[in-house]
Every structure is written in C-alpha cells, then in structure tokens.
Design a protein around this ligand. Structure first.
Ligand code: ADP
Ligand code: TYD
Length: 204
C-alpha cells in the first residue's frame, strides 16, 4: 500500500513548490510517487475552475457540493483515481483535500453540513498526514503578485486572512483525530522543505 499525503494552506503559501521537492525526496528513497491536486482535472474540477474564474456562476452551497463531488470522483474514478494508485503501492501527494473545503467553504456555509458532504471521501481515504503550510497573507500576496497576471476570486487579503484563521481554528479542533503538521511557510524554500521532511520521513 502507498501513502497519501495532502498539502494545505492559503493560496500562494508555497504548496506547489514544496510538493515538487517532496516528490523528489520520496523518489530518491526508491518509491513511486504521483502528484495530483484539487480541484481535480476531471469534469467536475473543470466546472469548479470555471466558477472560480467567474466564467460560470454558482452560489456558495453549490460550490461546497461541487468540491465534495469532485473529491469523490478524484478518489474513485477508474481512469486515474487516487485510490487505485494507493492500492498499487504508489505514494500520492495531493495539493488540497478535505481541510480546504472545511476552511474555504465554512466561511459562508455551515461547517457541519460541509463535514457531512465530505464524510464519504474521508471514510474512503484518510490522509496519513495533512501538511499545513502557514504563511502571513501579505507574504502570500507578494509572492503571487510576482508571477500572476490575474488573481482568482478568492485571493484578496481580507479573504486570505479569514481562510487562514479558519484553518488554524479547525486544526485546533481536529488535531486529535487527524495527523496534521503545521509548517512555518515564511521561511526560505530549502528550510521549509527540510522541516517537512523531518516530520514525514518516517513514512519512507
Ligand atoms: P501555492 O501552490 O500554494 O499557490 P506556490 O508554490 O505556487 O504556492 O508559490 C507561490 C509563489 O511563491 C511562486 O512564485 C513560488 O516560486 C514562490 N515561493 C514559494 N515558496 C517560496 C519561499 N519559501 N520563498 C519565496 N518565494 C516562494
Ligand atoms: P488552487 O488551484 O489550489 O489554488 P492555489 O494554487 O492558488 O492555492 O485552488 C483553487 C482555489 O480553490 C483556491 O482558492 C482554494 C479553493 N478551494 C476551495 O475553496 N475548496 C476546496 O475544497 C478546494 C479543494 C479548493
């Protein structure tokens, strides 16, 4: 059996950067490793991205349901589902999972309902470890401004601060049930990568 590791954090927190570095380390240990992300590249994920860019419109409850459906399809679909990769012994790293729905959607939609919507996914595949990269919203915005021509719907400072606070609150509530590691994302890329490895190298 492979392992399932998820990365969480506000937009621009450095998830993609760290995921690529972690994949390299896992492969150096001789394991197969597959990277994926949510929203997924499947049909529901494509619809979600159209809503995030403003091309399509959907209210917040519909969005919460779409994220939960995309997650199940991402786990279970027969073309490139995560579950079948784990069963083949592949280590899967996913950029965002359950905690993203809890943190982002619960700013406007009831957390209890979001947890119910996502319970099927969590019962199907519980991450061995959720890595939360914690960063100051100002720093995330500065980093993103360097590389992006447009910002998506969620990326305002106020919104990022709200979401970061939700993440920290939720992690406080969930830490007994879930294996969640908080990493200081305000540091240099190499230091963050070393901190992550120190926490999870036991899986490899
Ligand atoms: P995310 O995937 O969470 O949105 P990225 O990994 O794409 O974040 O990082 C956002 C931007 O910040 C990218 O331009 C990336 O090169 C840069 N970046 C990532 N980590 C750091 C870091 N520790 N220090 C400085 N810049 C960083
Ligand atoms: P993503 O492409 O990961 O953005 P970034 O690389 O900038 O971090 O995710 C797109 C947006 O979708 C992001 O703003 C967070 C949001 N999102 C939710 O609101 N709920 C969810 O369940 C997921 C997976 C993502």
């Amino acid at each position: 059996m492979g392992h399932f590791i998820t990365f969480e954090g506000i937009d621009g927190s450095g998830k993609s950067t760290q995921i690529a570095l972690l994949k390299r380390r896992i492969e150096q240990c001789g394991h197969r490793c597959s990277l994926t992300a949510e929203p997924s590249t499947g049909p529901i994920g494509v619809m979600i991205r159209q809503c995030l860019s403003g091309r399509m419109k959907a209210d917040e409850k519909t969005m919460a349901a779409l994220f939960a459906s995309d997650r199940l399809d991402h786990l279970l679909n027969e073309t490139d589902g995560i579950l079948s990769k784990i069963n083949q012994g592949i280590y899967v790293i996913c950029d965002r999972y359950i905690l993203s729905s809890y943190a982002y959607q619960s700013v406007r939609v009831s957390l209890e309902w979001i947890r119910q919507l996502n319970s099927a996914a969590l019962d199907t595949l519980r991450p061995d470890c959720h890595i939360f990269i914690d960063i100051e919203p100002e720093t995330a915005i500065e980093r993103m401004a360097k590389e992006r021509f447009h910002t998506e719907l969620f990326e305002t400072k106020e919104r990022l601060t709200e979401v970061r606070n939700r993440y920290l609150e939720l992690i406080g509530q969930l830490k007994k049930k879930e294996n969640i590691i908080i990493i200081n994302g305000n540091q240099a890329i190499e230091q963050i990568s070393d901190d992550i490895w120190q926490n999870i190298s036991k899986f490899f």
